[in-house]
Each structure stands twice: as structure tokens, then as C-alpha cells.
Design a protein around this ligand. Structure first.
Ligand code: S6P
Ligand code: ZN
Length: 188
């Protein structure tokens, strides 16, 4: 019999059906989980901790070679100081590519490899982006609405979050009077 996690679901149902399908409890990231990644993270935290995004994972065959894991992320609209809300970001330890597909909202997908090469990709509804093995990835919500996207990656890989503190993205994405501005992190 098919496991519940591999039964087909429609895109429309995906979001509401996820709690029934997920193999891990929802993961929630607050300001306090990534305070030093934002320029004004400390100040924002003093004003009160809050949720920045949540994500679910579905892994039909955990740990089995050649299988896929997938999940959906809901990244809220808004800013921390002048910086647009974003995911923590991570590298996949060892090797492992990933596919991102936009369902709702708009933003920028930052990709950077360990050599420091950076790619900034406009990402929105129906955008499909392949993230090659070895490239760290972070989504930034630059729109006015919450952003949701699907991610698909190989089973059995580890997510390296610590690398964001040693090989962080070279840029920040700011909300300014002139619109979205991408600035070098080194100018902080
Ligand atoms: C997993 C994939 C996504 C992220 C999610 C949250 O490989 O890239 O499901 O886990 O978007 O971002 P982060 O950086 O907190 O894992
Ligand atoms: Zn990933």
C-alpha cells in the first residue's frame, strides 16, 4: 500500500494538506534563531521576538539512496530594520543539489558557492530554479505578501547551517525609498 506521504496532492491542497503529510513537525524560525544574520537583529529582538518563517518536510523513504525529500516554506513579508525578511540559509554538507519552485509571492534567491561566487535570482510564482551541489542558498522575501515555495532535495544529506557564519552571503537585501537594493555585506 502507498504510504500517505507519497499519495498525490494538488498544488492548491498542498499547503493545507501538509500537516497531514509531513514526516517532521513544522519547523519555525524566529528572530532569535538568526539574530546575528541581520544588521539590526539585536534591536529587533529587544522589541520582541517573532516568527519569520516556517517550513515542513516530507521524506517518503528516509535515508534510502536514490530517493527525494521535499518540503514547503512559508516566508513572511516584512523587514528586520531595513533588511528584508529571509531564510537562515545553508549549504548541503558534502554533495547534493536542490530544486526550488515558487508558489506564491516574490523575492530574490541568493546562491553562493564556497569560493564566494554569488548569483542573485529573481524568484516568484512559477519560477523553477536548480541549485547546483555546493551552492549555499537563501530566499529573501522582497514582496508585500507572504512567499511560499517548494524545495526538493536528495534524501540523506545534512544541512550545514554553521557555514552561514563562516561563508555567509556577500550581500544583504535592503528596503529603501528607491526600492529593493542589494548591498555588499562588507559595507556594514
Ligand atoms: C532544504 C531546503 C528548504 C529550507 C527552508 C528553510 O534543503 O533548502 O526546505 O530548509 O526553506 O530554510 P533554512 O535555511 O532555514 O533551512
Ligand atoms: Zn537546501
Amino acid at each position: 500500500m502507498l504510504k500517505r506521504t507519497i499519495l498525490p496532492i494538488t498544488l492548491e491542497d498542498f499547503f493545507t494538506d501538509i500537516p497531514a503529510n509531513c514526516t517532521e513537525p513544522v519547523l519555525i524560525r524566529n528572530i532569535s534563531d538568526m539574530v546575528s544574520l541581520f544588521i539590526d537583529g539585536e534591536q529587533a529582538l529587544q522589541e520582541g521576538d517573532r516568527e519569520l518563517y516556517r517550513f515542513w518536510t516530507i521524506e517518503p523513504a528516509p535515508g534510502e539512496a536514490g530517493e527525494l525529500a521535499y518540503g514547503v516554506t512559508e516566508l513572511y513579508a516584512g523587514t528586520i530594520g531595513s533588511e528584508f525578511n529571509m531564510t537562515h540559509g545553508h549549504y548541503h554538507a558534502g554533495s547534493g543539489a536542490e530544486l526550488y519552485m515558487g508558489l506564491k509571492g516574490s523575492g530574490l534567491l541568493l546562491l553562493q558557492n564556497r569560493e564566494g561566487d554569488l548569483e542573485t535570482i529573481e524568484f516568484g510564482e512559477r519560477t523553477i530554479t536548480y541549485i547546483p551541489s555546493g551552492w549555499g542558498h537563501r530566499m529573501v522575501n522582497t514582496g508585500d505578501e507572504n512567499m511560499t515555495f517548494i524545495a526538493v532535495w536528495p534524501t540523506g544529506i545534512d544541512h550545514d547551517y554553521d557555514a552561514m557564519y563562516t561563508h555567509n552571503f556577500k550581500v544583504r537585501v535592503l528596503k529603501t525609498e528607491d526600492g529593493v537594493k542589494i548591498v555588499p555585506r562588507s559595507e556594514d
